[in-house]
Design a protein around this ligand. Structure first.
Ligand code: DX5
Ligand code: ZN
Length: 537
């Protein structure tokens, strides 16, 4: 079985698309076009209007990361490969019927989804190609998830003739691993388009794919036995308490500028969140995990604050509107030194200062009480108005959720903020596409958010809510906008870095049990390795 390299194109406009195609056309036979609807994944790409009359002389595979693929495929006629996510299939017949002029259907699958989900389609529906995501879908430039290799293994063993593609974080190093595991098609974006010499980059990935494939054919069976052994679950409590593990980097109000250190801190905070919620046996992990990078950027770089003097007059004010994600806030404040980390274990306990929703006046450093949604922005505007009127230099930051935009009050507040040209106000929206009862666009569609806030007179910045550098740069950009409030739409993954939580709405308000907490800590320790290794470099 030969190895094939397919450049993955993730763009927002037709111009960009045509430009990327031109760049790779001399080196490959097929290109992979990512399509996202900002519902199935927290990002939006080029739409149908940009996909007609594409250049000839090259084959196209469309990677549909959309909630209703049948409604897209039917509008892109031609002998294309349509990769549909098994997680988005509601009615297979509709998908089949949607093909026009000889299109073919392949299946794509996200890292957390069990591989067995695909088997019936491969067996009965004659699906010849499967794409395994080796990152969580939504962005390019993410880190390859090695755990997916056991799924590739299982699939290759079961279906020796199947075309197995991998997509996400593919580069010469990871393509060798993925091919050794059994993949024969390698989709890559940043490793190709960021390279100085594109055809050389394609060649490098191809060669390492061949190396991996050659290695795999020699010891195929051995590998399988090895893979099926599930990891030993930690039953006895970890020797070093999580909080001790977490404090290796510790800082006060000094600004941390080393991005790797910041990621280690956000990992500490995620570990604390798991421990707290496990101990409390209730609470909200998905949003807390999703916002850990935003909290880290704020408490360790952006905010002017002093944990030793929470009421410092010149401090920036931080308002949390979606109060239920306070485990993330508490963990960040403890990490920054507002109170001892041991106190985190009292979350939701009677008499504790760390209640399920934050309470102003109980815990130093908490600027507002919250829980009932949609109110934080109003409070933040009140504070920003005072600062503006009294010519104070401190700024106001307000984190709110996307689901909160079901509340009318938040839009009234948005109107008022632009009326008073509050350039000292920054709102950060946790755009994770979920709320307690499902996907935001199912419950009450709020898009297009960007256009809405612009129309309300705000400066709007769209970012990857897990890219700490982007978070900091967006806050810096907001400081240059004097006469408008700024809305930073941070696209986040609910349950970020926890393999069994990511994108699963059920984890909005459920705490992890013993086994889940152990697995979650393992996931985070794995994440940590990546940064710790870099730290040593
Ligand atoms: C992610 C997309 C991938 C992505 C690959 O959801 O499906 O195709 O663009 O980008 P890299 O290769 O940079 O990880
Ligand atoms: Zn893709």
């Amino acid at each position: 079985m030969d190895v094939e390299v397919i450049p993955a194109i993730l763009v927002k406009s037709r111009e960009e698309l045509l430009a990327q195609i031109e760049k790779v056309k001399p080196s490959v036979t097929t290109v992979h076009i990512d399509i996202m609807d900002n519902v199935f994944v927290p990002n939006k790409t080029i739409g149908l209007e940009g996909l007609t009359n594409l250049p000839s002389g090259i084959l196209y595979e469309f990677h549909w990361m959309v909630k209703d693929p049948e409604n897209w495929i039917s509008k892109v006629p031609g002998k294309h490969m349509h990769l549909v996510h098994v997680e988005a299939i509601s009615d297979w017949n509709k998908i089949e019927k949607a093909r026009v002029d000889g299109g073919e259907i392949g299946l794509a699958i996200n890292p957390p989804t069990p591989i067995e989900t695909l088997y019936p389609y491969i067996k009965n529906k004659a699906v010849k190609k499967v794409l395994l995501m080796t990152v969580n879908p939504g962005f390019c430039g993410q880190k390859y998830i090695p755990e997916v290799e056991s799924k590739i293994n299982a699939l290759r063993a079961k279906f020796p003739e199947l075309e197995i593609e991998v997509d996400g974080g593919i580069n010469p190093e990871t393509s060798e691993r993925a091919s050794e595991a059994g993949a024969n098609i390698l989709a890559a974006s940043s490793a190709i388009f960021m390279a100085k010499n594109i055809s050389e980059a394609v060649q490098n990935i191809y060669e390492s794919g061949i190396r991996g494939r050659n290695k795999s054919q020699s010891c195929w069976c051995e590998k399988i036995t090895e893979v099926v052994n599930v990891p030993k679950l930690i039953t006895e409590p970890p020797k070093q308490t999580l909080l001790e593990i977490g404090s290796s980097v510790g800082v006060g109000a000094t600004k941390v500028t080393d991005i790797k250190k910041l990621y280690l801190l956000s990992n500490n905070i995620r570990q604390s969140i798991v421990k707290m919620l496990h101990a409390a046996k209730s609470g909200h992990p998905a949003g807390s995990m999703g916002l850990a990078d935003v909290f880290t950027a704020l408490y360790f770089n952006v905010l002017n604050h002093d944990p030793k003097n929470p009421d410092w007059e010149c401090r920036d004010r931080f308002i949390l509107s979606n109060g239920h994600v306070c485990p993330g806030l508490y963990a960040s404040m403890a990490e920054a030194g507002y109170f001892p980390k041991e106190e985190l274990m009292t979350l939701r306990k009677l008499g504790s200062r760390l209640q399920g929703h934050p309470h102003r006046g109980t815990l130093p450093g908490i600027e507002n009480s919250s829980g009932p949604l949609g109110q934080g922005l109003s409070i933040a505007i009140g504070m920003a108005l005072v600062a503006k009127r009294e010519k104070k230099s401190w700024r106001v930051y307000c984190v709110c959720s996307d689901g909160e935009h079901n509340e009318g009050q938040i839009w009234e507040a948005a109107l008022l903020a632009s009326k008073y040209k509050l350039g000292n106000l920054v709102a950060i929206m946790d755009r994770n596409n979920i709320q307690i009862d499902g996907f935001t666009e199912d419950v009450l569609p709020i898009e297009p958010l960007e256009e809405k806030y612009r129309a309300f007179g705000w400066h709007v910045i769209n970012i990857d809510g897990h890219n700490i550098q982007q978070i900091i740069s967006a806050c810096d950009e907001a400081k240059t906008i004097i006469d408008k409030p700024t809305m930073i739409i941070a696209h986040t993954v609910p349950g970020k870095d926890i393999s069994f939580m990511e994108f699963i709405t059920a984890w909005h308000g459920k705490s992890p049990g013993d086994k889940e907490a152990t697995t979650a800590l393992e996931d985070l320790e794995e994440e940590r390795k990546f940064y710790r290794d870099q730290e040593k470099e």
